[in-house]
Write a protein that binds this ligand. Structure first.
Ligand code: ATR
Length: 274
């Protein structure tokens, strides 16, 4: 019987992960099935445990359960510990291993797929919630000249920045309110707020995009979000949504489960085409 995997979330009906992993399985010849599991908001652990008892070998975890998945896992990778969030669970007998492939997925999409190396660049991360926290460690480890966390609520950005400065990061992030970003320019601006979910504009000052800058929205499936539209108007040279990050975090999950890293280019191209 094929090994079983799943994506657990709420909502989960529109997740593209089953299509992505089916393509990875075909490409690598791995014998597995991958399904969607809708967990009631107060039943994450029960849902995962039932899947394990039914023979599940691992799962991806999506909104809003990444914090709960972190607490559920008995063992963690270093990058999951830093993010305090887990989007990959692997069931090793009676042990549960938790990992986080979101940050490395974002990094790989920016540096490899989009061809924008982060070393020496000025990076602005917008948002200070779970999504921002999950990618900050890998962003810092790519060696950018500076990382600013810009958030509507300054205190949240300050708390996040302080946590990563304490973690001994080489170049610690700084925290800014949106207004305080006026007069600064960045080579890469990543939108990790949840504003694109409800098509909300971000009240950002003008002039944030340096010549040649990349504007990256971690949201996917929303087309031109208000953030990307504003970035285009502001002269950003490159615009990207989060579909590449989704495919890259999936490839990294596949590696954690199966020990083989699928090639992502064809999968990403076929998702873009559909
Ligand atoms: P997630 O897990 O998706 O990060 P979250 O933890 O609720 O969700 O965090 C949402 C983030 O999006 C926050 O940084 C939030 O800013 P505040 O801290 O000021 O609330 C940001 N956000 C959501 N809607 C926004 C909007 N319309 N404008 C600016 N920031 C917004």
């Amino acid at each position: 019987m094929a090994d079983r995997y799943a994506v657990v979330g709420n909502p989960v009906a529109h997740s593209k992960s089953p299509d992505i992993h089916a393509m990875f399985a075909r490409e690598t010849g791995e014998d597995l099935v991958y399904e969607r599991l809708l967990a009631p908001l107060d039943r994450f652990v029960e849902t995962v445990q039932a899947f394990r008892r039914a023979g599940g070998r691992g799962c991806n975890v999506t909104v809003p359960f990444k914090g709960e998945a972190f607490r559920f896992a008995g063992e963690h990778s270093e990058r999951a510990r830093v993010a305090e969030a887990v989007n990959v669970l692997r069931f090793d007998g009676d042990r549960v291993f938790g990992d986080n492939s979101d940050g490395v997925g974002l990094l790989r999409d920016i540096e490899h797929n989009l061809g924008v190396p982060l070393r020496g660049r000025r990076v602005l991360l917008l948002g200070a919630g779970g999504a921002a926290q999950g990618v900050l460690g890998p962003l810092l480890s790519a060696g950018p000249a500076r990382v600013a966390i810009g958030n509507r609520t300054l205190e949240k950005a300050e708390r996040l920045a302080a946590r990563f400065r304490q973690a001994g990061a080489a170049a610690g992030p700084c925290a800014r309110s949106f207004e305080a970003l006026a007069g600064e320019a960045f080579d890469v601006v990543v939108n990790a707020t949840s504003a694109s979910l409800d098509d909300a504009e971000l009240a950002l000052p003008a002039g944030l995009f340096a010549p040649g800058a990349l504007a990256y929205d971690m949201m996917y499936g929303k087309g031109m979000t208000p953030f990307l539209r504003a970035a285009r108007t502001e002269g950003a040279a490159l615009l990207a949504d989060g579909l590449g990050m989704l495919v890259e975090q999936a490839a990294e999950s596949f590696l954690v489960w199966r020990g083989v890293r699928p090639d992502t280019a064809n999968v990403l191209a076929s998702l873009r085409a559909s």
